[in-house]
Design a protein around this ligand. Sequence first.
Ligand code: URA
Length: 209
Amino acid sequence: MPDNVFASPHPLVAHKLTKLRDRRTEPKKFRELIREIAGLIVYEATLDLATVPTTVMTPLAEAPGVQLREKIGLVPILRAGLGIVEGVWDLMPTAEVWHIGLYRDERTLKPVEYYNKLPVEPTVSVCLVLDPMLATGGSAVAAIDILKRWGVTKIKFVGLIAAPEGIQNLSSHHPDVPIHVAAIDSHLNEIGYIVPGLGDAGDRQFGTA
Ligand code: URA
């Protein structure tokens, strides 16, 4: 396993992920859990964000502090990545959200781009690519290709469950991109679903199963 792949060791994450996987979990609860787990994973994923020193006046005296130096862009892979945005926004409400629409061709399992309105110049210095499921890794590789062409150099992948096949694909195409997830599962099945996984993350969030 590459040394920039991180599966959260946190018991809270493991507890919430267990509820998320449970087939009996309804969409409302599923969305809440995605949001909560995403916040915990992104907290771990942003440990190295650059800061600049500053000071503030407390009611008693001047106190040293810091401000985040980097402008953060969230790039959810539509549509399942949308639920993760809410969780990250709870922590970083000023993060910009840039949408890249990719769908997985059911026959080839390859990503097809259908929406991309990035402006010419990058407006952020760090991008977090958000997708709950790192399955084949095809969509993440394609989204990161787009972001690198846009000119962003610092990119991280934030997800919930990864398959070893997806990690292998993403790490071989983009070895500089750290991968942060709640768990690494066993394998992909013949139709590209993560096993044991949680099923279709989009359908379970949006109630379309
Ligand atoms: N996308 C999902 O929603 N679930 C998987 O298991 C794989 C891809």
